[in-house]
Write a protein that binds this ligand. Structure first.
Ligand code: SF4
Length: 448
């Protein structure tokens, strides 16, 4: 049993789900389980600025008790003004007391936008400008998690007509310590997965250029939507409540921004996967995208076409055409460079290939500049130009030697192989010791 009383079976299931949510191989479930089980409870300081409270609500309404309980078990929620029982001065976040209670470090969560107009007095917490409190708390945090679209880039308060000069958490959190979980509201499963990633690997998850984790914001909603087949077949809802709507057809013509928005809403869902807006029959409003109140509106109409003179051309088609154009230009440029390179090489090396395998040369008088022998050696080409001029390529290959290789090594002592070998001395014959007739006094050969 874990600290919060969750069974091991549920915990293993949770770890596997987190591995899947983080787009990790299933084998990482074991590693996640070990890391989460042994990790100390990380203090959490949750600050709420200009916000409706939807992200606090999402945090509280994690329908799956496993995820909700484990998130609370992983974190020591030391400050959360929506949840804490204390009030008044006791509930005021203090830049000296909050970090001081967590000497080993803490995680900061920012909910809502941060007004900077009028010296930050549009939003005061405990009598202090929220922007100052947020800057101090985020400045001392191990990591800051901005939850919701308002904390992402100012959200509704920063939309056109906004009066409070609101900004997102990236204006107060040190570079490299911030992860953004935009959405209206954020998805608590993504918050849990982010915390689990930090506990397991000691780092925030990889993110895109706007600080949104790729595991959650790396895919287009349109590509994950369960109504996508109807889009491909041209089956669209044309009026709220019509027969097509009842059949669950595509909401594109009702202003759905799924083709322009990145998030994992279709695969994760809200309320522990119970549903999500498109499943419930409402088009995506693109709330995970930057400046979505201005950039993604109006909610119930298509965005203006990227090419006003071609209203039926989509942004995808414009992108594909741009990619194709760049590819074509690259190919043409490469071919031109190759042709130019060939021309330059022919001019520098007075060699031309007349026929396959036969190399001829222009007379030296055609050389534009004299080339010394040393230069020729240094710049000797390695291709057919390396062959002697005017000869067939095969001629340049020396025929194999038929002579036996001479032995190598120190010269042997004694007569050389070229000197005549002396005749050996004849051995004395024992049987010929008897005197010959010439040796006897009478010449008879008889010694007597
Ligand atoms: Fe795409 Fe929206 Fe249609 Fe789903 S409902 S397929 S996200 S346009």
């Amino acid at each position: 049993m874990l600290r919060c009383g969750i069974s091991r079976r549920s915990f293993i299931k949770f770890s596997g789900a987190m591995a899947a949510a983080l787009a990790l191989p299933a084998s990482y479930g074991t590693r996640i389980a070990a890391a989460v089980e042994s990790a100390p409870r990380l203090p959490l300081i949750w600050l709420r600025g200009q916000a409706c409270g939807g992200d606090s609500q999402a945090f509280l309404l994690a329908a799956d008790p496993t995820i909700g309980e484990i998130l609370v078990d992983l974190l020591s929620v030391d400050y959360f003004d929506t949840l804490m029982a204390s009030s008044g001065d006791a509930a005021a976040p203090s830049p000296t007391t909050i970090p001081g209670t967590a000497p080993a470090g803490y995680i900061a969560v920012i909910e809502g936008s941060i007004p900077t107009g009028a010296d930050g007095t549009y939003c005061l917490v405990g009598g202090r400008a929220f922007v100052d409190v947020a800057r101090e708390v985020c400045g001392g945090a191990l990591a800051t998690i901005a939850v919701g679209s308002c904390a992402f880039d100012g959200g509704l308060a920063a939309a056109s007509g906004g009066m409070t000069a609101s900004v997102g958490a990236d204006s107060v959190a040190p570079a490299g310590t911030l992860i953004n979980l935009p959405g209206c509201p954020m998805n608590v499963d993504n918050l849990t997965a982010t915390v689990v990633h930090y506990l397991t690997f000691g780092t925030l998850p990889p993110a895109d250029g706007r600080g949104r984790p790729l595991f959650a914001y790396g895919g287009l909603i349109h590509n994950q939507c369960e109504r996508r087949a109807h889009f491909e077949f041209g089956e669209f809802v044309l009026a709220w409540g019509d027969e097509a709507a009842q059949k669950g057809w595509c909401l594109y013509k009702m202003g759905c921004k799924g083709p322009e928005a990145f998030a994992n809403c279709p695969t994760v869902g809200y309320a522990s996967g119970t549903s999500w807006p498109v499943q419930a029959g409402h088009g995506c409003i693109g709330c995970t995208m930057p400046r979505f109140w201005d950039a993604m509106g109006p909610a119930y109409a298509r965005l203006p076409p990227p090419l006003p003179f071609a209203p039926n051309v989509t942004a995808d088609q414009v992108g594909h055409a741009a990619i194709a154009s760049v590819a074509a230009v690259t190919v043409v440029h490469g071919a031109a460079s190759w042709v130019r390179g060939r021309g330059t090489r022919d001019a520098e090396h007075p060699v031309a290939i007349a026929s396959p395998g036969v190399v001829t040369a222009r007379p030296d008088t055609e050389r534009s500049t004299p080339v010394s022998a040393a230069d020729d050696t240094d710049a000797a080409p390695t291709g057919p130009e390396a062959m002697p001029m005017g000869r067939d390529v095969d001629d340049a290959i020396p025929p194999p030697s038929l002579e036996a290789p001479t032995p190598e090594g120190p010269a042997l002592e004694g007569p050389s192989a070229t000197e005549p070998v002396p005749e050996p001395e004849p051995e004395p014959d024992v049987g010929s010791e008897a005197p010959t007739p010439a040796d006897t006094p009478d010449g008879s050969g008889d010694p007597g």
